[in-house]
Design a protein around this ligand. Structure first.
Ligand SMILES: [Zn+2]
Ligand SMILES: [Zn+2]
Length: 291
Protein backbone atom coordinates (compact mmCIF):
# COMPACT_ATOMS: atom_id res chain seq x y z
CA UNK A 1 0.00 0.00 0.00
CA UNK A 2 1.50 3.37 -0.95
CA UNK A 3 2.86 5.32 2.03
CA UNK A 4 1.18 8.55 0.90
CA UNK A 5 -2.33 7.21 1.60
CA UNK A 6 -2.49 8.51 5.22
CA UNK A 7 -1.68 12.04 3.95
CA UNK A 8 -4.32 11.77 1.24
CA UNK A 9 -6.86 10.67 3.85
CA UNK A 10 -6.04 13.75 5.91
CA UNK A 11 -6.47 16.06 2.90
CA UNK A 12 -9.74 14.42 1.90
CA UNK A 13 -11.04 14.54 5.47
CA UNK A 14 -10.23 18.27 5.64
CA UNK A 15 -11.99 18.93 2.35
CA UNK A 16 -15.07 17.02 3.54
CA UNK A 17 -15.11 18.83 6.88
CA UNK A 18 -15.13 22.17 5.02
CA UNK A 19 -17.93 21.02 2.75
CA UNK A 20 -20.02 19.69 5.62
CA UNK A 21 -19.09 21.26 8.97
CA UNK A 22 -21.78 19.25 10.77
CA UNK A 23 -19.63 16.17 10.09
CA UNK A 24 -16.42 17.57 11.60
CA UNK A 25 -16.46 15.43 14.73
CA UNK A 26 -17.36 12.14 13.09
CA UNK A 27 -14.99 12.66 10.14
CA UNK A 28 -12.22 13.68 12.53
CA UNK A 29 -12.78 10.48 14.48
CA UNK A 30 -12.80 8.14 11.48
CA UNK A 31 -9.92 9.99 9.83
CA UNK A 32 -7.71 8.94 12.76
CA UNK A 33 -8.89 5.35 12.59
CA UNK A 34 -8.36 5.13 8.80
CA UNK A 35 -4.90 6.71 9.07
CA UNK A 36 -3.95 4.21 11.78
CA UNK A 37 -5.22 1.37 9.59
CA UNK A 38 -3.26 2.50 6.56
CA UNK A 39 -0.09 2.86 8.62
CA UNK A 40 -0.70 -0.59 10.07
CA UNK A 41 -1.31 -2.00 6.57
CA UNK A 42 2.21 -0.93 5.59
CA UNK A 43 3.53 -3.28 8.33
CA UNK A 44 0.99 -6.05 7.82
CA UNK A 45 2.09 -9.26 6.18
CA UNK A 46 -0.35 -11.80 4.81
CA UNK A 47 0.47 -15.19 3.31
CA UNK A 48 -1.20 -15.46 -0.08
CA UNK A 49 -3.43 -18.52 -0.29
CA UNK A 50 -3.13 -21.41 -2.72
CA UNK A 51 -6.33 -22.24 -4.56
CA UNK A 52 -6.27 -25.13 -7.01
CA UNK A 53 -7.62 -24.83 -10.56
CA UNK A 54 -10.30 -27.45 -9.84
CA UNK A 55 -11.66 -25.43 -6.94
CA UNK A 56 -11.45 -22.24 -8.98
CA UNK A 57 -13.48 -23.66 -11.82
CA UNK A 58 -16.20 -24.99 -9.47
CA UNK A 59 -16.41 -21.64 -7.69
CA UNK A 60 -16.60 -19.72 -10.97
CA UNK A 61 -19.29 -22.04 -12.35
CA UNK A 62 -21.45 -21.97 -9.21
CA UNK A 63 -20.81 -18.26 -8.55
CA UNK A 64 -19.39 -19.06 -5.13
CA UNK A 65 -17.07 -16.47 -3.57
CA UNK A 66 -13.39 -17.48 -3.46
CA UNK A 67 -13.15 -17.71 0.32
CA UNK A 68 -15.38 -17.72 3.37
CA UNK A 69 -14.81 -15.32 6.27
CA UNK A 70 -13.18 -17.98 8.46
CA UNK A 71 -10.47 -18.43 5.82
CA UNK A 72 -9.17 -14.86 6.12
CA UNK A 73 -5.57 -14.66 7.30
CA UNK A 74 -4.84 -12.21 10.10
CA UNK A 75 -1.41 -10.77 10.94
CA UNK A 76 -1.78 -11.12 14.70
CA UNK A 77 1.06 -8.84 15.78
CA UNK A 78 0.09 -5.97 13.50
CA UNK A 79 -3.61 -6.32 14.40
CA UNK A 80 -3.00 -6.44 18.17
CA UNK A 81 -0.92 -3.31 17.91
CA UNK A 82 -3.64 -1.63 15.89
CA UNK A 83 -6.29 -2.70 18.40
CA UNK A 84 -4.48 -0.83 21.13
CA UNK A 85 -4.04 2.22 18.91
CA UNK A 86 -7.77 2.22 18.02
CA UNK A 87 -8.70 1.95 21.72
CA UNK A 88 -6.56 5.02 22.39
CA UNK A 89 -8.15 6.97 19.51
CA UNK A 90 -11.65 6.12 20.78
CA UNK A 91 -10.73 6.97 24.33
CA UNK A 92 -9.38 10.38 23.32
CA UNK A 93 -12.43 11.12 21.18
CA UNK A 94 -14.67 11.01 24.24
CA UNK A 95 -17.57 9.43 22.37
CA UNK A 96 -20.02 6.83 23.70
CA UNK A 97 -17.49 4.03 23.11
CA UNK A 98 -14.76 5.56 25.28
CA UNK A 99 -15.24 3.64 28.49
CA UNK A 100 -15.56 0.30 26.67
CA UNK A 101 -12.38 1.13 24.73
CA UNK A 102 -10.56 1.77 27.99
CA UNK A 103 -11.71 -1.59 29.38
CA UNK A 104 -10.63 -3.41 26.21
CA UNK A 105 -7.27 -1.64 26.19
CA UNK A 106 -6.43 -2.59 29.77
CA UNK A 107 -7.64 -6.18 29.26
CA UNK A 108 -5.17 -6.42 26.35
CA UNK A 109 -2.37 -4.93 28.42
CA UNK A 110 -3.05 -7.33 31.31
CA UNK A 111 -3.31 -10.40 29.08
CA UNK A 112 -6.96 -10.83 29.97
CA UNK A 113 -8.05 -10.74 26.36
CA UNK A 114 -7.20 -13.62 24.05
CA UNK A 115 -6.84 -11.83 20.74
CA UNK A 116 -6.92 -15.06 18.70
CA UNK A 117 -10.16 -16.11 20.32
CA UNK A 118 -11.58 -12.64 19.70
CA UNK A 119 -10.92 -12.31 15.99
CA UNK A 120 -11.70 -16.00 15.33
CA UNK A 121 -15.15 -15.53 16.91
CA UNK A 122 -15.73 -12.52 14.66
CA UNK A 123 -14.59 -14.27 11.48
CA UNK A 124 -16.62 -17.37 12.28
CA UNK A 125 -19.67 -15.23 13.00
CA UNK A 126 -19.72 -17.07 16.33
CA UNK A 127 -22.07 -14.84 18.25
CA UNK A 128 -22.12 -17.03 21.36
CA UNK A 129 -18.32 -16.91 21.83
CA UNK A 130 -18.24 -13.23 21.03
CA UNK A 131 -20.97 -12.46 23.59
CA UNK A 132 -19.14 -14.58 26.10
CA UNK A 133 -15.90 -12.60 25.66
CA UNK A 134 -17.80 -9.30 25.96
CA UNK A 135 -19.59 -10.38 29.13
CA UNK A 136 -16.36 -11.66 30.73
CA UNK A 137 -14.84 -8.23 30.10
CA UNK A 138 -18.08 -6.60 31.26
CA UNK A 139 -18.09 -4.52 28.12
CA UNK A 140 -20.39 -3.66 25.24
CA UNK A 141 -20.49 -6.28 22.52
CA UNK A 142 -21.10 -3.78 19.70
CA UNK A 143 -18.05 -1.73 20.71
CA UNK A 144 -15.93 -4.87 21.01
CA UNK A 145 -17.05 -5.89 17.50
CA UNK A 146 -16.30 -2.42 16.12
CA UNK A 147 -12.79 -2.46 17.61
CA UNK A 148 -12.07 -6.06 16.61
CA UNK A 149 -13.19 -5.59 13.01
CA UNK A 150 -11.30 -2.34 12.60
CA UNK A 151 -8.13 -3.93 14.03
CA UNK A 152 -8.14 -6.78 11.53
CA UNK A 153 -9.33 -4.66 8.59
CA UNK A 154 -5.81 -4.09 7.14
CA UNK A 155 -5.19 -7.88 7.15
CA UNK A 156 -8.65 -8.52 5.71
CA UNK A 157 -8.20 -5.99 2.86
CA UNK A 158 -4.68 -7.13 2.02
CA UNK A 159 -5.69 -10.77 2.05
CA UNK A 160 -8.69 -9.97 -0.18
CA UNK A 161 -6.29 -8.22 -2.56
CA UNK A 162 -4.08 -11.29 -2.76
CA UNK A 163 -7.06 -13.64 -3.17
CA UNK A 164 -8.56 -11.43 -5.90
CA UNK A 165 -5.66 -12.40 -8.19
CA UNK A 166 -7.49 -15.70 -8.67
CA UNK A 167 -10.60 -14.03 -10.08
CA UNK A 168 -11.39 -14.72 -13.70
CA UNK A 169 -10.73 -11.40 -15.43
CA UNK A 170 -12.35 -12.54 -18.67
CA UNK A 171 -15.72 -13.41 -17.15
CA UNK A 172 -17.29 -10.58 -15.20
CA UNK A 173 -18.79 -11.61 -11.88
CA UNK A 174 -22.14 -9.83 -12.41
CA UNK A 175 -23.42 -10.57 -8.92
CA UNK A 176 -24.42 -8.29 -6.09
CA UNK A 177 -22.22 -10.05 -3.51
CA UNK A 178 -18.44 -9.87 -3.28
CA UNK A 179 -16.59 -12.36 -5.51
CA UNK A 180 -13.84 -12.66 -2.88
CA UNK A 181 -15.74 -13.11 0.40
CA UNK A 182 -19.45 -13.16 -0.43
CA UNK A 183 -20.48 -10.10 1.58
CA UNK A 184 -22.77 -7.35 0.32
CA UNK A 185 -21.56 -4.00 -1.01
CA UNK A 186 -21.59 -0.94 1.21
CA UNK A 187 -21.10 1.71 -1.46
CA UNK A 188 -20.92 1.95 -5.22
CA UNK A 189 -18.79 4.14 -7.50
CA UNK A 190 -18.92 5.46 -11.04
CA UNK A 191 -15.47 5.74 -12.52
CA UNK A 192 -13.83 6.84 -15.76
CA UNK A 193 -15.76 5.83 -18.90
CA UNK A 194 -18.87 5.41 -16.73
CA UNK A 195 -17.99 1.99 -15.37
CA UNK A 196 -19.81 1.09 -12.16
CA UNK A 197 -18.17 -0.69 -9.24
CA UNK A 198 -19.46 -2.15 -5.98
CA UNK A 199 -17.29 -2.02 -2.85
CA UNK A 200 -17.51 -4.91 -0.35
CA UNK A 201 -18.68 -3.97 3.15
CA UNK A 202 -16.32 -6.50 4.72
CA UNK A 203 -13.10 -6.90 2.71
CA UNK A 204 -13.36 -3.67 0.62
CA UNK A 205 -12.70 -5.50 -2.63
CA UNK A 206 -14.14 -3.59 -5.58
CA UNK A 207 -15.81 -5.33 -8.53
CA UNK A 208 -17.48 -4.10 -11.65
CA UNK A 209 -21.18 -4.53 -12.44
CA UNK A 210 -23.58 -3.28 -15.05
CA UNK A 211 -24.94 0.23 -14.36
CA UNK A 212 -28.61 -0.63 -14.10
CA UNK A 213 -28.56 -3.30 -11.43
CA UNK A 214 -29.76 -3.77 -7.84
CA UNK A 215 -27.02 -5.68 -5.97
CA UNK A 216 -29.51 -6.94 -3.40
CA UNK A 217 -32.16 -8.60 -5.60
CA UNK A 218 -30.41 -8.48 -9.00
CA UNK A 219 -33.24 -6.45 -10.51
CA UNK A 220 -32.25 -4.96 -13.89
CA UNK A 221 -35.56 -3.37 -14.92
CA UNK A 222 -35.37 0.36 -15.55
CA UNK A 223 -38.92 1.13 -14.37
CA UNK A 224 -38.31 -0.18 -10.84
CA UNK A 225 -34.77 1.18 -10.40
CA UNK A 226 -34.21 4.88 -9.80
CA UNK A 227 -32.15 7.23 -7.75
CA UNK A 228 -32.42 10.06 -5.28
CA UNK A 229 -30.03 13.00 -5.33
CA UNK A 230 -29.68 16.59 -4.30
CA UNK A 231 -28.71 19.51 -6.59
CA UNK A 232 -26.01 20.62 -4.13
CA UNK A 233 -24.21 17.30 -4.17
CA UNK A 234 -24.02 16.11 -7.74
CA UNK A 235 -21.16 13.73 -6.86
CA UNK A 236 -23.47 11.54 -4.76
CA UNK A 237 -26.69 9.74 -5.39
CA UNK A 238 -28.69 6.99 -3.74
CA UNK A 239 -29.72 4.13 -6.00
CA UNK A 240 -33.01 2.64 -4.87
CA UNK A 241 -34.90 -0.46 -5.91
CA UNK A 242 -38.72 -0.65 -5.77
CA UNK A 243 -38.63 -4.43 -5.95
CA UNK A 244 -36.72 -5.10 -2.71
CA UNK A 245 -36.91 -1.59 -1.12
CA UNK A 246 -33.15 -1.51 -0.57
CA UNK A 247 -30.74 1.29 -1.40
CA UNK A 248 -27.04 1.78 -2.01
CA UNK A 249 -25.13 5.06 -1.99
CA UNK A 250 -23.12 5.92 -5.04
CA UNK A 251 -20.10 8.21 -5.49
CA UNK A 252 -19.42 9.62 -8.95
CA UNK A 253 -15.64 9.83 -8.86
CA UNK A 254 -15.60 11.45 -12.33
CA UNK A 255 -16.79 14.76 -10.90
CA UNK A 256 -14.63 14.73 -7.77
CA UNK A 257 -11.13 16.15 -8.15
CA UNK A 258 -9.83 14.94 -4.80
CA UNK A 259 -8.61 11.55 -3.60
CA UNK A 260 -11.57 9.19 -3.10
CA UNK A 261 -11.31 6.85 -0.12
CA UNK A 262 -14.52 4.75 -0.02
CA UNK A 263 -14.61 4.23 3.79
CA UNK A 264 -14.47 8.01 4.26
CA UNK A 265 -17.12 8.67 1.59
CA UNK A 266 -19.35 6.18 3.36
CA UNK A 267 -19.10 8.12 6.63
CA UNK A 268 -19.39 11.57 5.02
CA UNK A 269 -22.73 10.70 3.44
CA UNK A 270 -24.74 9.58 6.45
CA UNK A 271 -27.36 12.24 5.58
CA UNK A 272 -28.09 10.22 2.44
CA UNK A 273 -28.82 7.16 4.57
CA UNK A 274 -31.29 9.26 6.52
CA UNK A 275 -32.88 10.56 3.32
CA UNK A 276 -33.25 7.05 1.88
CA UNK A 277 -34.75 5.73 5.12
CA UNK A 278 -37.22 8.61 5.24
CA UNK A 279 -38.40 7.57 1.79
CA UNK A 280 -38.98 4.03 3.02
CA UNK A 281 -35.81 2.29 1.81
CA UNK A 282 -33.53 0.10 3.84
CA UNK A 283 -29.74 -0.17 3.63
CA UNK A 284 -28.85 -3.24 1.59
CA UNK A 285 -25.53 -3.66 3.39
CA UNK A 286 -25.09 -4.49 7.06
CA UNK A 287 -23.96 -1.45 9.05
CA UNK A 288 -22.84 -3.41 12.10
CA UNK A 289 -19.24 -2.22 12.26
CA UNK A 290 -20.07 1.47 12.31
CA UNK A 291 -20.52 4.01 15.06
ZN1 LIG B 1 -15.55 -9.00 0.23
ZN1 LIG C 1 -33.55 -4.77 -5.35
Amino acid sequence: MPTEVPDEIKKTANALKKLRPAYSTIIGFYEKIFEAQEKSAAETKVNPPQISNDILSIKAKEKFPLISLSEFFVDINASRKLLKKICKIINKSGNYMSSAAETIFSATENNKLDFNELYTALLNDDDASFSNIASKLKTRKDVLAFITYNSIKPSVSLYAQSVSKYLDKDNPWEKGYCPVCGNLPIISTFESDGERFLVCSFCWHKWTVTRLFCPFCENKESDTLHYLFSEEEKEYRVDVCDKCSKYIKNVDTRIIDRFVYPPLEQIATLHLDIMAKEKGFESGAPLEFQV
